[in-house]
Design a protein around this ligand. Structure first.
Ligand code: FPP
Length: 258
């Protein structure tokens, strides 16, 4: 009986979530969602756990939100997993964070493949540890034929460095004659960024109550809708993601027009 009741309660909850998703997809779904997943350390501290326990819990949330975003028809989900500034953290924490992509991919890659998700990465691949690089490269290779949502890891990523590198590349190409100065438009410049042909994010979510960009996608976020929440990333649920999407659907985007 208890078991039955428990099951009923669970299926009722699923129905409510399903209904909410069905309702949401009747309205424009953000094509590209970017997330600054913040608050793992504070989540762990509140529970007297080591900071890395918060990162581990946060990893599980990435999986849940990836599945939901894919179900809703989001075309790309970019998650900020490690910034170029995060190297300043204690070595043990950096080492742990660099192991997480492997654990995430080892555990979930078959499911992601089944769900047609494509794994990609933006960031400085050359300076991440060999084992992390191997895992990410394998995931990109194994999912490159998939046609569903792009799960884009920002790993060892920094927005200013990305822009500077693009500027240097543009200079090189103009010097060598591949590109003429009057051909440098915003569209062309965008292609030199790590996001390449990916559309700019429509919606940016940042958790944990911090209201700043922390060097994340500085060029790409120019016209993005921002949604902030006090919820710490490990506590971020499907309900919170739906709240963000629903808030986005109520915004009026004018892109500088009237
Ligand atoms: C910020 O929280 C979070 C990070 C720097 C790491 C984000 C990584 C994850 C959520 C794990 C997911 C990774 C993969 C590869 C799936 P913080 O540590 O700055 O938290 P605090 O501000 O409370 O200290």
């Amino acid at each position: 009986m208890l078991h039955k009741l428990g099951f009923k309660k669970h299926s009722k909850k699923l129905d409510a979530q399903e209904q909410r998703e069905q309702e949401a997809i009747k309205h424009p779904i953000p094509k590209h969602v970017a997330i600054i997943m913040d608050g793992n350390g504070r989540w762990a501290k509140k529970r007297a756990l080591p900071r890395v326990a918060g990162h581990h819990e946060g990893m599980k949330v990435v999986k849940k939100i990836t599945k939901l975003a894919n179900r809703l028809g989001v075309q790309a989900l970019t998650v900020y997993a490690f910034s170029t500034e995060n190297w300043k953290r204690p070595k043990s924490e950096v080492d742990y964070l660099m192991k997480l992509p492997e654990e995430f991919l080892d555990t979930y890659l078959p499911e992601l493949v089944e769900e047609n998700v494509q794994v990609r990465m933006i960031g400085y691949m050359d300076s991440i540890p060999e084992h992390t690089k191997r895992a990410v490269k394998k995931a990109m290779e194994d999912t490159k034929g998939n046609t569903g949502m792009i799960l884009n890891f920002a790993l060892n990523y920094g927005g200013r460095a990305e822009i500077l590198d693009a500027v240097k590349q543009v200079l090189n190409d103009t010097k060598s004659g591949i590109l003429k100065e009057d051909e440098i438009t915003e569209d062309i410049f965008s292609k030199y960024l790590m996001t390449g042909t990916l559309d700019d994010p429509d919606l940016l979510i940042r958790t944990s109550g911090e209201i700043r960009l922390s060097n994340f996608m500085l060029w790409q976020l120019a016209y993005t809708e921002f949604w902030f929440t006090d919820v710490l990333w490990p506590d971020f649920s499907e309900d919170h993601f739906m709240e963000a999407v629903e808030a986005y659907q109520k915004r009026s985007r004018r892109f500088g027009g009237v």
